[in-house]
Design a protein. Structure first.
Length: 227
């Protein structure tokens, strides 16, 4: 058990180092040597977990999607807002998420499959739009798959602009403005009156999602102990 925990810690250390180097240097110019230096691990330890720079990059891209579950809301448009708000908060506070976004948007990252994060965003947004449609929350012309892509694509542009202009310092303000412009073209006005898009929403959802994840983990351990 101790060895397994040590391996998990080492893998996390390597991924954090890779995230730092990828964020600062980009995929193309980052090197394994730099990542080794930042991680402070042996080459053998790194190659035990990751066989190449591509695998390291894919590890960072995957790690940015931390398993944080947003609790169900009665209003599904609120869940979409919460997905956006949570990612915005983590983009400002989590270096792994920032590095993952840098890799996703890095058009010079030749040979790296950058499609995963876009899909992992679009799918849950589309699913919630479909539920919102079934509940009568959406305007009649909305096509969930199309609108999901618009939301993900416009957010990608807004975060990229914020990174270039202020290193994400104004991201919350820009995202709030994006939602104020987008939501009225998607949802019924009667629904929007009950939706919270305040600038503190991301931090609140993050704490709520963390607590929800802790409860799920505790329940899983209890169930395992009973077996």
């Amino acid at each position: 058990m101790a060895e397994q925990e040590r391996a998990i810690r080492t893998r996390r250390t390597i991924l954090l180092a890779a995230a730092k180097v990828f964020e600062e240097r980009g995929y193309q110019t980052a090197t394994i040597s730099e990542i080794l230096s930042v991680a402070g691990v042996t080459k053998g330890a790194l190659y035990f977990h990751f066989q190449s720079k591509d695998e390291l990059a894919q590890g960072v891209l995957t790690a940015q999607n931390q398993n944080l579950i947003i609790p169900d809301r009665a209003i599904k448009i609120q869940e979409i807002v919460d997905i956006v708000a949570l990612h915005t908060y983590r983009l400002q506070t989590d270096p792994m998420v920032r590095a993952g976004v840098r890799l996703t948007m890095d058009q010079l990252a030749q040979g790296l499959d950058r499609s995963g994060p876009f899909r992992s965003w679009a799918v849950p947004v589309r699913e919630r739009l479909e539920k919102a449609q079934a509940q009568g929350e959406l305007l009649p012309q909305i096509v969930p798959a199309e609108t999901a892509d618009v939301i993900v694509g416009t957010y990608a542009g807004i975060q990229s602009m914020s990174q270039a202009l202020s290193d994400y310092k104004d991201l919350v303000v820009r995202v709030a403005a994006l939602l104020r412009h987008l939501l009225p073209s998607i949802a019924q006005s009667s629904v929007l009156a009950s939706v919270d898009i305040s600038e503190s929403r991301g931090a609140n959802v993050y704490e709520e999602a963390l607590e929800h994840s802790r409860q799920l983990a505790a329940s899983a351990k209890e169930a395992e102990a009973l077996l």
